[in-house]
Design a protein around this ligand. Sequence first.
Ligand SMILES: Cc1cc2nc3c(=O)[nH]c(=O)nc-3n(C[C@H](O)[C@H](O)[C@H](O)COP(=O)(O)OP(=O)(O)OC[C@H]3O[C@@H](n4cnc5c(N)ncnc54)[C@H](O)[C@@H]3O)c2cc1C
Length: 609
Amino acid sequence: FADLDGLKSRQIDSDQLYDAYDYVIVGGGQSGLVIANRLSEDPKKTVLVVEYGYFDDTPGQLEPSSGSVYASRNLFNVTTVPQRGIGNREGIVYAASVVGGGSTVNGMLFDRGSADDYNNWEKLGNPGWGWRGLLPYFKKSSSFTPPRADLAAEYNITWDIPRAYGNGPIQSTFPDWQWPTIKSQWKAWTDLGVPINEEGAAGDAFGAYWVPSNVDQTYRRSYARSGYFEPVKNRRNLHLLIGHRVNEVLFTSKKRAEAVTIQARGTANGSPTKTVKAAQEIVLCAGWLHTPQILQRSGVGPKSLLTQAGIPVVADLPGVGFNLQDHPALLLIYQYQTDLFPNPNSLTNNATFQAWATEQWASRKGPYSIGVGNALATVPFPILSPTYQTTINKAKGQNAADYLPSTYGPQNVKGFLKQRAVILDSFGRRDNGVVEIPFLGGSTLSLVLEKPLSRGTVLLNTTDRYAEPVIDYNTNVNPVDTDIFIAVIKFARRWFQTPSQQHLTPVEVYPGSSVGTDEEIAAHSVNAIWPSTAHGCGTSAMAPRDQAGVVSPSLTVYGVTGLSVGDVSIIPIIPATHTCATVYAIAEKAADLIKSRYDPRIRPAGPHP
Ligand SMILES: Cc1cc2nc3c(=O)[nH]c(=O)nc-3n(C[C@H](O)[C@H](O)[C@H](O)COP(=O)(O)OP(=O)(O)OC[C@H]3O[C@@H](n4cnc5c(N)ncnc54)[C@H](O)[C@@H]3O)c2cc1C
C-alpha cells in the first residue's frame, strides 16, 4: 500500500458531499466498488459510494494464512433467531462491514458454479443470466497465473485459461505448496466414481477439481479494493464516503428514487441525516442482509410487514427479504493414524517444521501460502446416493408451504415452486453437485449442502427500523435437506475407507460409531449443522414479479424507477459455489446494464433481451 494516501484521496468528509451525483451506490463492499469503478469510467458522470465500514490496512488481513480468521471489527455484530430445524440454536451470521466488503474478509477461495446452476437462473425467467450470459463477466473480472510448473506436475494441478479467464482486475493463482496426503485423497474420489474435471471455472464445477485463490503472485489478497478501487484513485468524479450508513431511499410522488438519507456511523438512531440526490440511478449494493432492509425501510417490500412497521408502502413487493439462502454445513472428523509427514497438523504440532514454514514464508513460499485450501469435490446426487430418486420424489410430493416460513404468502410459494422444479431437475444431473466437500490433505471435512430447499427471511425490526433486521435462515426445516446431509455423511465415510486412503489408517473421531443409522445421523445433524458458510444471498431476488421477484433481468427494482440492485442479494437460487467470483460477474454485468440504460451505444455482453 505504498500509495495508500493517494487511494484515500477519493475518500471525502460528509461536508464535501455534492448535493447530487449521477449515480449513488449504497455500500462500498465487493459489488459496490466494482460498479463504482465501471460507472466512473466516463469522466462526465459523477459517482458517490456510501460505505458503513472503514478501511482495514492490517497486513494479516491480506495473507492467506489469515484467511479463516474473520476479524469481528469487519463484520456486523448480528445473530439469527433460534433455528427450529437445528434444535433452536442461534446461528452465526457473516455480513461484512469494511471497504471491499466480503472480498476483504473472505477465505479467498475463488470458484464458480457449474453452467447448470446459472442456466437455472435463466430458466426462472431471467434472460441473459445463464452461463453464456455470465461467462463474459466472469472473464472480464478475473485473471489467472499458473502455479510453479514442478508443483503442478507433482500434484496434477490443472486449469484452462482460454475457457475460463480473461485479463480482469482480480488475480488468482495456486499457492506455492500442497500437502502430500492430498494425492491419495484425489485418488479416493476416483475410487468412488467421482469424475475429475480439468477446469471447474469453465462451467464444469462438478466432480472434483482444483480451485485457485484470489491472490496476487506474492499470495496477497486480490480483492475489490485492490482490483477495482485503487486503480481509479485519480478519478475526480468518484467520491467515497466511509463510516456512514444509508438509511432510506426517498421517492418522488411518481415513485422515482431521487435521493438517499445518510447518517454518520456511531450517532444515535434518529440523529440528523444528510440527503444526497441521484440524477440517474441509486444502486443498492449493501449485501444480502442490508439491501432488503434498506428497501423495506424505504417502503419497498411486503405490504403486511411495512404496515406493521408503520412505513408507507411505495411498492408492495412480497419478495424483499424473503428467499434467504446460504450453504449450511457440518463436520466429519477423522484421524489418519499413519499420516504422511508433513501434513497440515505439522504446522501446529511440529516446532521444527513450523520454524521452517515461517522461514519459507519470509520469502513468500511454502505452506503459509495455502490458506483455506484449493481442491473441491462437488458431488452430483446420482453419485452421492443410490436412493437419490427417492429423495427427488419425496421433494416433488411435498406441500411446499409446510416447510416455508409462515410469513411466505402465495407469491413467495409460487416463486419457490418454480425454483424447486429446476433444482429437482439438477438433483438428477451428473453435471451439477448437491454437496461440496473441500479437501486439502487434512482429515477434518466440512460437508456442505449446496442446494438447500429450506428458505429463510430477513425482516425489518418493526419496532426499531434502524436496529439490525431479524434473521431467520430456517435451516434444515425441509426434511429433504436432512436426507442429503445423511447421504453426504455416509458418502464421506466411504471416501475415507477407499483403497487409496487405507495406507493412512483413517479412524473416525466425530461423530463416531454411535451415529450409524439414518435416524441417528438425522438426530446428530440437528445438533451439528451450522446454518451459514458466509454465502448469504437471495433476499432481493431476480425473478418475474408474480413469483416474488424483486428485480428484473435488468436489475431494476419492480414498481419504482431510478433504483437497482447490484449485489449478492439478486441471486435467485444459490449456486453450488462460494459466492465471491459470482458476485464479481454479477456486478460487472450490473454496471453494463446500468450504463446501457443511459447510453444506447453500450450493449451488455453475451445473449440479452
Ligand atoms: C467471512 C466471510 C468469508 C467468506 N469466504 C468466501 C470465500 O472464501 N470464497 C468466496 O467465494 N466467497 C466467500 N464469501 C462470500 C463473498 O465474499 C460474498 O458473497 C460477497 O463478498 C458479497 O458481496 P456483496 O457486494 O454482495 O456484499 P458485501 O461485500 O458484503 O458488501 C456490502 C457492503 O455494504 C455495506 N453496508 C451495509 N449496509 C449499509 C448501509 N445501510 N449503508 C452503507 N453501507 C452499508 C457493508 O458495510 C458492506 O461493506 C465470504 C463472505 C464472508 C463474509
